[in-house]
Design a binder for this molecule. Sequence first.
Ligand code: NAD
Length: 462
Amino acid sequence: MPINENMVQSIVQEVMAKMQIADAPTGKHGIFKDMNDAIEAAKKSQQIVKKMSMDQREKIITCIRKKIKDNAEVLARMGVEETGMGNVGDKILKHILVADKTPGTEDITTTAWTGDRGLTLVEMGPFGVIGAITPCTNPSETVLCNTMGMLAGGNTVVFNPHPAAVKTSIYAINLLNEASLENGGPDNIAVTVEKPTLETSNTMMKHKDIHLIVATGGPGVVTAVLSSGKRGIGAGAGNPPALVDETADIRKAAQDIVNGCTFDNNLPCIAEKEIVAVSSIVDELMHYLVSENDCYLASKEEQDKLTSVVLAGGKLNRKCVGRDAKTLLSMIGVQAPANIRCIVFEGPKEHPLITTELMMPILGVVRARDFDDAVEQAVWLEHGNRHSAHIHSKNIDNITKYAKAIDTAILVKNAPSYSALGFGGEGYATFTIASRTGEGLTSASTFTKRRRCVMVDNLCIR
Ligand code: NAD
């Protein structure tokens, strides 16, 4: 069932009503001054983790799930306060999603062949200590989700979080280590440094004991990791277009797109960043966006003012990222009504507010002559990231054509983008979508090595 704004609000209220705000973790588990010391500690704890049974790992993961739920509001508030981005209600939902839908040890499966010549297995074993670089847009969500998967695979992890979200990331790392200690595991299953910098990141990437690096962030960090000489998993930037054709339920498309676009003020990398619509339905779509979905139609003059604030000097203004629509409008002197959730306008695909990955609730609508033109413009707008794209259509041929042309890790049909993360859709959750390197939605098995174990002429009992 699609999630609408009322449902989101009622889930938030229910969660907040039930929730007891847990005390902040008192210890400083996993937090080091020096990156080399952090890696050394994670290496020692991995020696213990790799000997633990799957059942023991799962016990720790179960406790992590509980701690995330108990601390969802604290983490959400801390994330918004520290980064100034996103909103508390949606961040609570993101944490609950991580707790409920991040795969654990069940994701570590074995492939077997048996026959006259015996038994051959492919077992998935740990890399060891994994280096992970995390973004400020989903700081604790990524730290928690990464660690659950990495631990399920038998690894420990050293984080170099975004400096703008270090407090929130440290809080999450404390929780992870507390869960381990409370369940017979070692301290330092996840570690970091007090002051992460590009220098500590470089130290981590070059360290002899780090064999796998997982980067979640923009193009710069993914390129840095892929140039490190180590195995890298690169979860990079996107600019997801939502295509709407004439066969779509236009009213529902408008609602789904605004719900996806405004979730956590458009911070998720998978969220709708622009619309491409066939000409015959653009006016109807715009009508529903404005009259039923609390969108503010920006005039040409307001678009120009927004461009000069949001892309000041041609660069994305960090003070605008993850802000809500009303705040963005107030930055250009517009006092919008209280209900406004999103800013819309029609423009060409080259419009700077359309072509740039803004991560704020501004939705440009690009008019296309016909479906083929819409596909061409959407592919152009996705910039070859191969990350995420969405479509509203009831024509299976059109959906198939678009899917093949845009070739993204995620393609949501007739629903808000967040359905791709298992939120109102089937499937597991992750906050690391490895678009650049092709692993797609990462999970525990992504963080393992495949090993072939061969027994010749025995153990086949068929
Ligand atoms: P960012 O690229 O500014 O920072 C991400 C992380 O990389 C931070 O820890 C930062 O300190 C580090 N970093 C940046 N440049 C680096 C370099 N040259 N060497 C080493 N480390 C470096 O991104 P952000 O603003 O924190 O997050 C938003 C971006 O991340 C968006 O582009 C978004 O699409 C992307 N993102 C992608 C995914 C995904 O799963 N694919 C998930 C979340 C965010």
